[in-house]
Design a protein around this ligand. Structure first.
Ligand SMILES: [Zn+2]
Length: 381
């Protein structure tokens, strides 16, 4: 397939890491942020959210909510915001520059305050998540936010400490350099928040027949109750790739941000981040980034019709299953047999496997992967 690596979103790879610059933050007003937000602030600084250089201001915020684009028209579907209460807002306004601290009180970034504004939480939630049902995790989070938003650029002066979970983290500058070193002209990105079944592997390998390289890019960060834990997603993928993937065809990189469960809007957001990493194509799953039954299973496919300017091409594979008649992994495009002949690892099968220590059939889950899952204490969030 002829293709080329796209430029970063908005044609600019943001870099707002100033770790070498020993800025004096003493006496600066401080604002504490959650671990999830600290990850996203580092994502901004590393250009994963390019072209954003900080938290969005009021114009961009309203534009994202209303049109799914920044005020300059560039595709952007999920507002990256910092919420503060009235009292903090007053202090921040006077301070101009604010030192951001993590939950352990480490000062790690500077926020250059540009504007402070109010927002309609419910209207915002409804636009992004397409529901105002408080049971939706994204809606719940939005209505529980503080009342004001702060817009402004950030500079990160101290990265998060290295940890086993961050061993495979890379910046877009690093992934792009590696893609260039490998000479890939097309790269397909695969988003996941699950442990790998053979069905996922077969889908990724089907994609590898079409493109120069594959970027397996699991999302590491806050997830909902019942999802697999990050450590498990990471170690099971490492085992799978070590044993079953050609090293020169695949890159394994983690993306540290929380799931928002915004369905179609998040599918666009996921695609933009992968474009920044250097992917030319992105696999969009059935009910991508969905939760419950809030989104039509193909809504995350349909939305790409409104974003033909996005410069990363979505790839829509039908779900893969093992067909007992075809004796191979198949899908509804190439197999005529009915659901009674399909073998899939359901959520129920997986929970049974975890609670009883039963190993699934090896054509459904690789034994190297299954062993890691059954031996993991408390595998779910
Ligand atoms: Zn079949």
């Amino acid at each position: 397939m002829t293709s080329s690596i796209p430029s970063p979103h908005g044609n600019k790879l943001v870099n707002r890491i100033v770790v070498s610059d020993k800025k004096n933050l003493d006496g600066m007003y401080t604002l504490q942020v959650t671990n999830e937000l600290r990850n996203d602030i580092e994502n901004i600084a590393d250009g994963i959210f390019s072209p954003l250089e900080g938290f969005v201001g009021e114009n961009d915020f309203h534009s994202i909510v209303k049109t799914g684009r920044l005020s300059n028209g560039l595709a952007w579907t999920v507002p990256i915001v910092l919420d503060v209460d009235q009292q903090q807002a007053g202090k921040i306004k006077d301070a101009g520059q604010v030192a951001l601290t993590s939950m352990n009180n480490e000062k790690f970034a500077i926020l250059h305050v540009e504007e402070i504004y109010q927002f309609d939480k419910l209207a915002c939630a409804k636009a992004i998540y397409q529901t105002d049902d408080i049971k939706h995790p994204g809606v719940e989070k939005t209505v529980n936010m503080k009342d004001m938003l702060v817009g402004g650029k950030i500079d990160v002066i101290k990265r998060l400490d290295e940890s086993p979970l961050r061993k495979y983290r890379m910046t877009p500058a690093q992934t792009r350099a590696e893609i260039s070193r490998r000479g890939w002209k097309s790269v397909v990105g695969f988003q996941t928040r699950n442990v790998p079944h053979v069905a996922h592997e077969m889908l990724q390998k089907a994609a590898l027949n079409l493109f120069d390289g594959l970027l397996v890019n699991p999302l590491i960060g806050k997830k909902k109750h019942g999802d697999f834990k990050d450590e498990l997603i990471l170690s099971s993928y490492v085992a799978l790739i070590d044993n079953y993937y050609p090293k020169n065809m695949v890159m394994f990189v983690t993306l540290h941000t929380e799931m928002r469960y915004a369905g179609p809007k998040e599918a666009i957001h996921h695609a933009i981040m992968r474009k920044n990493f250097g992917c030319s194509h992105f696999i969009v799953g059935r009910d991508h980034a969905g939760v419950g039954s809030y989104y039509h299973p193909f809504a995350a496919h349909e939305i790409f019709k409104d974003y033909i300017d996005i410069e990363i091409k979505p790839i829509f594979f039908p779900a893969f299953y093992y067909c007992k008649m075809c004796l191979m992994y198949s899908n509804e495009r190439n197999c005529p047999h009915g659901p009674e002949l399909r073998e899939e690892l359901s959520g129920t099968n997986m929970r049974k496997m975890v609670s009883n220590g039963d190993m699934p059939a090896r054509h459904l889950m690789r034994p190297e992967v299954a062993k890691i899952i059954v031996s993991f204490k408390e595998p779910f969030v």
